[in-house]
Design a protein around this ligand. Sequence first.
Ligand SMILES: NC(=O)c1ccc[n+]([C@@H]2O[C@H](COP(=O)([O-])OP(=O)(O)OC[C@H]3O[C@@H](n4cnc5c(N)ncnc54)[C@H](O)[C@@H]3O)[C@@H](O)[C@H]2O)c1
Ligand SMILES: [Fe+2]
Length: 390
Amino acid sequence: MTTSYYIWPNEVHFGFGSARKTGSIVKAEQPGHVFVIADPGVIAANLIDPIITSLQSEGVSFTLYSKVEPNPSATSVDAAATAYRDSGADLIVGIGGGSGLDTAKAVRMVVAGPANASVSDYAYRMGDKALPHPKHLPFFVAIPTTAGTGAEVTPWAVVTDPIEKTKFGVGGPRSVPSMAIIDPELMLTLPAFLTAATGMDALSHCIEAYVSKNDNPALDAMILDGIRDIAKHLPVAVAQGDRRTAREAMAHAAMIGGIAISSKWLGACHSLAHQLSGFANVQHGLANAIMLPHQMTFSLPGAIERYAAVATALGVDSGSNVRERAERGIAAVTQLSLDCNLPVRLRDVNVPKDVIPAMAKAAYTVDLNWWTNPRVVNEQVMAQLYHAAW
Ligand SMILES: NC(=O)c1ccc[n+]([C@@H]2O[C@H](COP(=O)([O-])OP(=O)(O)OC[C@H]3O[C@@H](n4cnc5c(N)ncnc54)[C@H](O)[C@@H]3O)[C@@H](O)[C@H]2O)c1
Ligand SMILES: [Fe+2]
């Protein structure tokens, strides 16, 4: 008999206008002082205004911290943790895309440990180094401004090693954010490229999770729903950023993707994509969008029925047999990228061909996401998939 293991989100508030409730929601937790982490782009787009106004009107004192990096480095996380300690706060509000939310999530883990701890001490790849006890984690409210990573409901933060250029995860079953406030209003300003790239990240979460080797049957119908929503609404959100129904559906699908990967994990696509960000600065969602059809083609023999179900959710014709339908699904993923004006080759996003061997090595030996890939990979396969995408 197989056993299933699930990690669920904590409390989630979802819907237009929900960010304006942040002040009253946070006040109910009776914080002494709040540390608000938001990335500079999110502040420039005035997205934090409803949150700040609601904190002020509830009389909640706070410190605003904005030194968030894209693909946050361990150094930037450690600096933010020091600022948290200096502020005297006991509750964290993170606002942003995956970079802002992951910075906040990672700070939460660092400050629960000893004063001299670094986020690197808790990296998954370092082996079984224990995380700080969950009872020391400050209450954490995650407010996403992109519909992509699902980081508002996942247990881990993704951090970049500034020297090795590789990414590592920190977190465990008890480090899911205490609360997520998902307000599609905050996503209306997301530019078309980032809407497309982050939306393809959500799609890659749903597809990689659906075919993963982890067996979580309670999630299956929900994940297919997420894929259907992305196929239908992502091109509209890209073409007409102010379409509220499309933004709402994408926020919902990104949350589903986050719930899905929390239990089912990811696959080789994310192992490949993480190196593209570390070695060649490719945006996370775009890196996944480019690698996904290639990883699907390779992995198809291991999960053909599941890939056929993905294809149906993507809205493709049934095909004369399961294999044909599954293959049409892969073509539909590439078409979705093209419909969203995303480049589909590595050479078009300035990835030098000569970094492929180093990326393939890191994708296989450092990144753990391929563990649940439906077909076994090795370093040569990683290199072959980069070449296919180049
Ligand atoms: N923790 C997880 O479970 C998880 C899962 C997948 C990815 N990630 C990580 O998330 C990061 C990527 O996050 P991302 O794709 O959301 O991008 P991001 O957070 O890096 O944001 C990209 C840019 O978009 C801007 N931005 C964000 N929201 C905006 C809005 N509504 N309007 C205008 N501008 C806005 C930001 O200022 C930034 O310049 C990577 O580091 C990746 O590794 C984490
Ligand atoms: Fe991702």
